[in-house]
Every structure is written in C-alpha cells, then in structure tokens.
Design a protein around this ligand. Structure first.
Ligand code: DQA
Length: 144
C-alpha cells in the first residue's frame, strides 16, 4: 500500500504563516510524524509540496495505478481549480481532501471546494491533526 500526500501553495510556510489559524507545527514536523506512522503501519508513503498548480496535476496523474490513496491539502487551489478536480477524477485513485482549518467556518469564498465532490471525503479543522486523521482514514479505505 502506498499513500501519497500532496500539499499545495503556501503550505511550505506552515509554522510561520498565520499561526493563529494554521498552528505552529511545520510541514516538516507533520511529514516526520506521518513517516513514523507509516513505518509502524508498514505502508509506503510519499509526501510532497508545491506552489505550482500544474505540478499537482502532474503528480495526481502519475499516481494512477501507483498509489493506493491520495491525501491532498490543495490549499487555495481547493477553491479555484477545475484542473485539479479533473485530474482527481481521471486518476481513479481514492482521494481524501484535508484542511488544517475549518474552511466552512471562514470567509465565504473558502466554503466552496471544487474538489470535494470527486473525493471520498473531507477532513477539516483539526490543525496538523487533519493529516494524522487522514492517514488513519487512508488505512480504513484500504481495509474496506
Ligand atoms: C487550507 C485552507 C485554504 O482555504 C487556504 O487557502 C490554505 C490552507 C487549510 O489547510 O486550512 O492555504 O487548505
């Protein structure tokens, strides 16, 4: 089993960026804890971040038949990207949408996710915990 974690724009700044919303945990901290969980569970994982929309599209395309589950925090592209939605549909890999913050409790433009309808489910509002919950959800998807 292989879980692919994808992170979109500005998530490289996690820990410094609006800590009152996103917390003080860095993306490297999150990756480290997920790697421990992956070792314990005996699963392979890949963890990537980019500020470029097309790079996310390419990585989702490449996941077809290679990854068992995709976990994606598409960041601001969540609210704008039909290209990401189409890539997720085309990849035919079960995908879990995640957010650190509760996007539904924030500005109205964040309430809409263009990828939600093509994902298996959404986890939002648990800070770094959204990543760890998504890891467990990925294991659950594989087991069922
Ligand atoms: C985010 C929420 C998005 O609205 C925002 O653009 C982000 C981060 C989150 O993890 O809470 O960059 O995806």
């Amino acid at each position: 089993m292989k879980i692919l974690f994808l992170n979109g724009p500005n998530l490289n700044l996690l820990g410094q960026r609006q800590p009152e919303i996103y917390g003080r945990t860095t993306l490297a901290d999150i990756e480290g804890r997920l790697r421990e969980k992956a070792t314990q569970a005996g699963v392979e994982m890949d963890f990537r971040q980019t500020n470029i929309e097309g790079e996310l599209v390419t990585w989702i395309q490449e996941a077809r038949r290679k990854s068992s589950v995709i976990v994606i925090n598409a960041a601001a592209y969540t609210h704008t990207s039909i290209a990401l939605r189409d890539a997720i549909t085309a990849a035919e890999v079960p995908t879990i949408e995640i957010h650190l913050s509760n996007i539904h409790a924030r500005e109205e433009f964040r309430h809409q996710s263009l990828i939600a309808a093509v994902c298996r489910g959404q986890i939002a509002g648990f800070g770094a915990g959204s990543y760890y919950l998504a890891f467990d959800a990925a294991l659950l998807l594989q087991a069922t």
